[in-house]
Design a protein around this ligand. Structure first.
Ligand code: PHE
Ligand code: ZN
Length: 881
């Protein structure tokens, strides 16, 4: 493991390499503990570069076996080598030369899961961001693009399958018991997109005919016996390929596209050219084992990785500061895909829930950073929700500002102008400026200023002049390293809704630019006047979440209820219900903390029950509408001095009151929303299940017995219903014999399916209350837990820390102390995983003082430990600053 050197990488220091890499020829002789890697690299000195500069190659925990220059062995005094660097001086000034580097690496000992490692008996690589340097010495940076040939030699019986990027060249026997395969990728690529997979796997095959009539072979590799569970992923892949042609005009560019599912993976999946590697969680699904959420995630992630072929691979990043160039854009593309495959409004609600739950706290805490950062210590720590999700929102805002047509022109220009290049965020934005003729320099602040802007709004109606006046003010909060902020260009979609539900068409608007329903906020303060407004309107602001902002707008409950009933934008209806619910929930938390009775505003109850029973609304939307803001949402709204127990108790009381008031509605929905026929994972059926299970949750509050959930558990014929019923039992009635029995049944039934066991672990890790910690510790001793597998660790330890506020933040601080120990333990094997789980504590300063002190103690314990990885040290130090 690399321990911290304290080195900081700055965007301002970027400069191109002195040497241009022309070709890469790799030969792997695979062995579980001693794999030999020969890399033949042809370089020439860049024109204009210093003719005396040495060649400096990156390494990480490497040992050099041999080094040749133009096929002659280089004597040791002609170079210097450490595990991290190979430096070769005195290289030709103008002619190309060939360097042959041979290294020996140990895949079996690679527990970080970066570079070449073993998982479930197969060889697998992960090279983004800086994993290739764990395979061979190399200019391991994304602006070094080369054409690769890969030869793989391995034991034939154990590894019938030998895969790498590009097109298959050929293969044959290779001495006793061995064989080899050769692959050639004609598309120049950076090293982070390299991949190799070898082993014995089952395959699902299909084909896709591209828009120009080429046939592409599609292959999804999974463990033997799991092939039927890859059918949905294959279907999603074909739909993704078609959609990218139809919507973005992008055609696939190799003869073959492969996906490999592995069970040990640090992230969701990886877009290696022509050979995507997936966490098997995002490939495998069938009705018995996958929830509707799993299906939706598989569809989105298959699409995401496929879409990277153009946004990431054909056009890649100049340096890692530009990560959002590929990630933000590709998330935007996968969001649009899911919106087209499913219900656009329901997808948007899910996206915004996720953004607010994950990105807003990051942007408001010690780990806040711009979408395009300017410095980092460990790039692994910048695969963040800010880069991904806020990056996607920034792309979405470009589309909102320019309109869909012009946005499309800008995208086309980007693909045309930068194909084959390693580009920057500035290159991307310039394409939209050129396509639109609009100056986007102020807009670009979204890439550079961290922090969620706060917009404060107030409206007043003047009946005498038939005008509606809207005052808007924006403020971007200070974030680490950025004290003062400039005003941003904020696109606010809005509607003025009259009593009868119709929308006002103002005769004139002054005070800010309005294009369609988009108001352009560019100054710190605007006073906007809408003329020709015949009666008092109700304002719906930030429709479709057109800008990722916090909005303070003191709207009356009656006005919010009006929006919730009449908005044409369904997202805005959901937003209004949320805005109606939040003050109830925050007040409930305050009351619970002071031991006062909690009461729920009848306007909220009416609005929710009205939405619940409105048969014109799709069930999936109604399920979202009925799902109250989470405990974390309430904590964020309260701001600071948070007591998780009070927040929980208050929310429970509100839920109970809504449930009691709506018991008949919920009972009727529970009966009505049973999807007919055999199970189908489609969005409409999933929506019915979601609404039915939401009703079941409310009924568990109204009836306050485990009976109905236990019956639902017994009757369930799919994993969505089964895991939902189990969640209600475990979370609402943890001590009930029905719960003990259901947990044991579930364990028994799925003990051979690790991905399902992850659900069992996660459900128990999120049982509210102080007792959860002991249960988590007990589950760690279960034979079904495996501390070496990232999915298991995330399901148990990660879910506990991220998603169980009352359990993790129990008053005595034992949850924090537990996490500190876990982090130190995980860090020894897998720093990336440790650092990510540690970010669960990023909002520690918002806790009430006693808990905050205990949390700080735990962080200090981590900080004081010796031998920390750069990953964990970077996170813990930023969190304590
Ligand atoms: N680039 C991957 C994606 O599509 C994420 C990833 C990053 C995977 C680093 C592995 C390592 O988002
Ligand atoms: Zn990605």
């Amino acid at each position: 493991m690399r321990t911290d050197t304290g080195q900081v990488i700055n965007l301002a220091d970027y400069r191109p390499t002195d040497f241009v890499l022309e070709r890469v020829d790799l030969t792997f002789e695979l062995d579980p503990t001693e794999t030999k890697v020969e890399a033949r690299l042809i370089f020439h000195r860049r024109e204009g570069a210093d003719t005396t500069a040495p060649l400096v190659l990156d390494g990480d925990e490497l040992s050099l076996y041999s080094l040749l220059l133009d096929q002659n062995e280089l004597p040791a005094e002609k170079y210097t080598v450490t595990p991290e660097t190979l430096t070769i001086p005195d290289l030709p000034a103008s002619v190309p030369f060939e360097i042959t580097v041979t290294t020996i690496i140990n895949p079996e000992a690679n527990t970080q899961l970066m570079g070449l490692y073993r998982t479930g008996g197969i060889y697998c690589t992960q090279c983004e961001a800086e994993g290739f340097r764990r395979i061979t010495y190399f200019p391991d940076r994304p602006d070094v693009l080369a054409v690769y040939t890969v030869n793989i030699i391995a034991d034939k019986e154990a590894n019938p399958l030998l895969l790498s990027n590009g097109n298959f060249l050929g293969g044959a026997g290779y001495g006793p018991g061995k064989h080899f395969a050769a692959w050639f990728d004609p598309h120049p690529k950076p090293s982070y997109l390299f991949a190799l997979v070898a082993g014995d796997l089952g395959v699902v095959e299909d084909t896709f005919v591209t828009m120009s009539g080429r046939e592409v072979a599609l292959k999804i590799y999974v463990e033997h016996g799991k092939e039927p569970r890859a059918a949905y992923a294959m279907d999603a892949l074909k739909r993704s390929m078609k959609w990218d042609e139809d919507v973005f005009g992008r055609e696939y560019d190799l003869d073959i596209f492969m996906v490999v599912a592995v069970s040990d993976f640090n992230m969701g999946a990886m877009e290696n050219k022509g050979l995507n590697v997936f966490n098997d969680k995002y490939v495998l699904a069938d009705p018995e084992t996958a929830t509707d959420t799993d299906y939706a995630n598989i569809e989105a992630i298959i699409a995401h990785e496929y879409f990277h072929n153009w946004t990431g691979n054909r056009i890649t990043c100049r340096d890692w500061f530009q990560l959002c160039l590929k990630e933000g854009l590709t998330v935007f593309r996968d969001h649009e895909f899911s919106a087209d495959m499913r219900s656009r409004a329901v997808r948007r609600i899910a996206e915004v829930r996720h953004l607010k739950a994950e990105q807003f706290p990051e942007d408001a805490g010690p780990l806040a950073h711009p979408v395009r950062p300017t410095k980092y210590r460990e790039i692994n720590n910048f695969y963040t929700t800010t880069v991904y999700e806020k990056g996607s929102e920034v792309t979405r805002m470009i589309a909102t500002l320019l309109g869909r047509e012009t946005f499309k022109k800008g995208m086309d220009l980007y693909f045309e102008r930068h194909d084959g290049q390693a580009a920057t965020v500035e290159d991307f934005v310039t394409c939209f400026e050129d396509a639109s003729g609009r100056d986007l320099s102020q807009f670009s602040l979204w890439y550079h200023q961290a922090g969620t802007p706060l917009v404060t709004a107030s409206g007043s109606y003047d009946p005498a002049n038939a005008t509606f006046t809207l005052s808007l003010e924006q403020m971007v909060p200070a974030t680490p390293g950025q004290a003062a902020k400039e005003p941003m260009h904020i696109p606010l979609r809005l509607g003025l809704i009259l009593d009868n539900g119709s929308e006002v068409e103002p005769t004139a608007v002054t005070g800010a630019e309005l294009t369609g329903d988009v108001l352009h906020l560019t100054d710190r303060a605007h006073t906007v006047t809408f003329e020709g407004v015949s009666s008092r309107p109700v304002l719906s602001l930030n429709r479709d979440f057109s800008a990722p902002i916090n909005l303070h707008f003191n709207q009356s409950p009656a006005d919010l209820a009006h929006v919730a009933r009449h908005e044409t934008d369904l997202f805005a209806r959901w937003q209004a219900l949320t805005d109606l619910a939040l003050p109830n929930l925050t007040q409930a938390a305050r009351d619970a903390r002071e031991g006062k009775p909690v009461t729920c505003d009848p306007v909220l109850i009416d609005a929710l029950l009205w939405a619940a029973a409105d048969h014109n609304l799709e069930p999936a939307f109604r399920a979202q509408a009925l799902t109250l803001p989470s405990e974390a949402d309430i904590a964020r709204e309260l701001g600071n001095n948070n007591d998780p127990d009070a927040i929980h108790a208050g929310r429970q009381a509100i839920l109970t009151q809504i449930a009691q008031a709506g018991v008949e509605t919920f009972a009727a929905l529970y009966e009505a929303m049973l999807p007919s026929g055999t199970f189908s994972p489609d969005a409409a059926s999933a929506g019915k299940r979601a609404l039915r299970n939401t009703a079941l949750t409310y009924l568990s509050y109204a009836e306050n017995t485990p009976d109905r959930a236990a019956a639902a558990f017994a009757a369930a014929d799919n994993m969505t219903d089964l895991s939902y019923a189990l969640t209600i039992l475990a979370h609402r009635f943890p001590e009930a014999p029905e719960t003990t029995k259901a947990l044991a049944d579930f364990e028994q039934r799925f003990r051979d399916n690790a991905l399902v066991i992850d659900k069992w672990l996660a459900i128990q890790a999120t049982i509210p209350g102080a007792a959860a910690l002991d249960r988590v510790k007990e589950l760690q001793r279960s034979p079904l837990f495996n501390a070496k597998n990232p999915n298991r660790v995330r399901a148990l330890v990660g879910t506990f820390a991220f998603s169980n506020p009352t359990g993790f933040s129990r008053a005595d601080g034992a949850g924090y102390a537990f996490l500190a120990n876990e982090i130190l333990d995980i860090d020894k094997r897998n720093p990336q995983l440790a650092a990510r789980i540690l970010t669960a504590m990023r909002s520690w300063r918002l806790l009430e003082p006693v808990r905050a002190d205990l949390a700080r103690e735990a962080l200090l314990q981590i900080e004081r430990a010796s031998g920390l990885s750069t990953d964990v040290r970077d996170i813990v130090e930023r969190m304590l600053k």
